[in-house]
Design a protein around this ligand. Structure first.
Ligand code: FE2
Length: 273
């Protein structure tokens, strides 16, 4: 099974890259399943129903989120009627939407997607380890699920790596999101889970984590806000990770970064060439 995960889509530039390029990748790479983190897709903050639909129409099967999920207030309502939009699993009981769901891939495989959020230097949510454990035991890999994808939205590399080892052998892919900068540690962990500490963003990298440079720089220099953060609108790099998943075990056979367009070095998975 061929899975593509694309990192945090930031603003108009990120959306243009996904909408412009994902349909071609789905057919060229014969992708079975695509997950896109869309929490910064609406002007850098949150996601709307129309943008969710645009990402799904472009070929995403699931749109994940993180700490910005509710920045566009309409998400609190439409998430209830859009099962393909996930919010972090470890929000308090009673939060709208869902943090995990089972989907059917183009090859017929049942894919459990889990979206959870870290707690180090972030909001004090419920324990993500316990939340992920519960979701995995409700729908285990090799039993009710043929593949398991976990988007762990977190600030620190350590918490993301701990989650990777916590579920090693029980998930097909654990990928970190939120920092908007891709790490070079993509690999298959000892028990078969593909892992990458952070997948990076789909956005303009000539920026400060996707935002136009002026205001972030101003706040570091003067500590006084002079305006709003605006997404940078130069050409985005489509940034993600490609995973070949074994159809029998649901574990990873190969993992490779994806970077297409924009200013970063270009790289595509050789095993789908
Ligand atoms: Fe985030």
């Amino acid at each position: 099974m061929r899975l593509l995960f694309l990192g945090d889509v930031v603003g108009r530039a990120g959306r243009a890259a996904v909408v412009g390029q994902l349909p071609g990748l789905v057919s060229r790479w014969a992708l079975d399943f695509v997950v896109v983190n869309g929490e910064n897709a609406a002007g850098g903050f949150g996601i709307t129903e129309d943008i969710t639909q645009d990402l799904l129409d472009a070929g995403a099967d699931v749109v994940t989120t993180g700490n910005h999920v509710w920045d566009q207030r309409e998400a609190l309502v439409f998430i209830e009627r859009q099962p393909r939009l996930l919010r972090p699993l470890n929000y308090p009981v009673g939060t709208p939407g869902r943090g995990a769901n089972l989907f059917v891939a183009r090859n017929g495989a049942r894919v459990l997607v889990i979206n959870a959020m870290g707690r180090v230097f972030m909001e004090p949510l419920d324990d993500p380890f316990a939340a992920i454990e519960a979701a995995l035991s409700a729908c285990p890999l090799g039993d009710q699920a043929d593949a398991v994808v976990i988007d762990f939205h977190a600030e620190t590399t350590s918490e993301k790596q701990a989650i990777g080892f916590f579920v090693d052998g029980r998930a097909s892919l654990v990928v970190g999101t939120h920092t908007h900068v891709p790490t070079a540690d993509h690999r298959i962990l000892p028990d078969g889970t593909a892992f990458m500490t952070d997948v990076g963003m789909c956005g303009d990298y000539e920026s400060v984590i996707g935002m136009d440079r002026d205001e972030p720089l101003n706040r570091f220099l003067r500590r006084i806000p002079a305006g709003r953060f605006q997404p940078a609108n130069g050409e985005a790099t489509l940034s993600g990770v490609a995973v070949e998943i074994d159809d029998t075990t649901g574990l990873a056979r190969a993992v490779h970064p994806v970077r297409i367009g924009g200013r970063l070095s270009q790289i595509e998975p050789p095993f789908w060439a």
